[in-house]
Write a protein that binds this ligand. Structure first.
Ligand code: KG4
Ligand code: ZN
Length: 333
């Protein structure tokens, strides 16, 4: 019999519902982005995000069922992002999923948002353990070692800004609209790496990251140039900033992959869409006996397909949430 996981994701500014068949076959992936609403504020406004989720959730849900051509009767279990994220935003998804599961007498499964980002890759390739995942998003920068399904060991993380957050702040400095990551990436393709920005390697053995020093260096360079009337091209700033981020991310991932002798390296999260990072990783791992996987662009940023993929494994492992499931904005992996 087929297993259909219905998943709901509302942790930030995307209202998303997806249906995945037998753990790996994506049959519906509906996403309603709120970017246009938040753009004029230069970032996500939490209260606005919650309101939009309330307005959109049933529409997105209907769209997913229509695309899949199935009904709630066919659904095996309902999975939902329980955290981390914006609490008001998460609550909309958690309550929608709970109501649906309760009304149709289906099991409910709580999923960690980062587990979702990692499992987006399983919709493309089967996992082989040990596996190393670099999760780079707006809220997270983590190196995660997995020796089996559903078990996550954080071996490195950011000590300050997340990689995506740094991208968004640099974008603001360069007067680019929110969300700035993709725009900085685009500019970087056209520029030269002409400015030597710092790389934060931290302690020799550390797999932790830090982007605040780099961020300040970029902001200071741009402001100083403006004050002194020196012309520097935004393209070159973007290219030089990206070179620094990509070098640290690829080098630390490569060192960790070697140390833990992993079979696969998986890049996940919004910044996995970055062209420079994709190229840098491919070059770094080209001559290694390790596979490096990136999700397709549509599965890098927030979506519910990834929550369904992670929810399937949790379901198979027997995890069930009860009706007291709550949104947890700072849920541990
Ligand atoms: O995973 P995601 O959709 O949401 C979080 O869980 O945070 O990631 C969003 C982040 C934003 O900071 C966005 O600017 C960044 O991913 N991002 C990128 C690119 N596409 C999205 N950063 C750099 N280059 C990109 N191409
Ligand atoms: Zn995310």
């Amino acid at each position: 019999m087929n297993n259909y996981i219905l998943a709901v994701e509302t942790s930030c500014d995307e209202t998303a519902v997806a249906i995945v068949k037998n753990g790996t076959e994506l049959v519906a992936n509906a996403v309603s982005s709120q970017i246009d609403s938040h753009k004029r504020f230069g970032g996500v406004v939490p209260e606005l995000a919650s309101r939009h989720h309330v307005e959109n959730i049933t529409v997105v849900m209907e769209e997913a069922f229509q695309t899949a051509g199935i009904t709630m009767d066919d659904i095996t279990a309902v999975a939902v992002t329980e955290g981390p994220g914006l609490v008001g935003a998460l609550l909309v998804g958690v309550n929608a999923a709970k109501a649906l599961a309760f009304a149709h007498d289906k099991p409910l499964i709580g999923v960690h948002h980062i587990a979702g980002h990692i499992y987006a890759n399983r919709l493309m390739n089967e996992f082989e353990f040990p596996l190393l995942s670099l999760v780079v998003s707006g809220g997270h920068t983590e190196l995660i070692l997995m020796k089996e399904h559903g078990k996550f060991e954080i071996i490195g993380e950011t000590r300050d800004d997340a990689a995506g957050e740094a991208y968004d702040k640099i974008a603001r400095t360069l007067n680019l609209p929110y969300p700035g990551g993709p725009k900085v990436d685009e500019l970087a393709q056209k520029g030269n790496i002409s400015i030597d920005f710092p790389r934060a390697w931290l302690e020799e053995e550390s797999f932790d990251f830090s982007f605040s020093g780099l961020k300040s260096a970029v902001i200071n360079t741009v402001h100083n140039a403006k004050q002194k009337g020196i012309e520097i091209k935004n393209e070159d700033v973007a290219a030089s900033f990206q070179a620094s981020v990509v070098e640290v991310l690829t080098e630390k991932t490569w060192r960790a992959a070697k140390k833990y002798q992993v079979k696969q390296v998986i890049i996940a999260g919004g910044v996995a869409a970055n062209k420079g990072l994709r190229k840098g990783m491919e070059e770094k791992f080209r001559n290694e006996n390790m596979d490096v996987f990136f999700p397709p662009l549509s599965l890098c940023t927030d979506n519910a397909a990834m929550i369904a993929a992670a929810g399937y494994i949790a379901y198979e492992q027997g995890h069930r949430a009860d009706w007291a499931l709550n949104a947890n904005p700072s849920l541990d992996l």
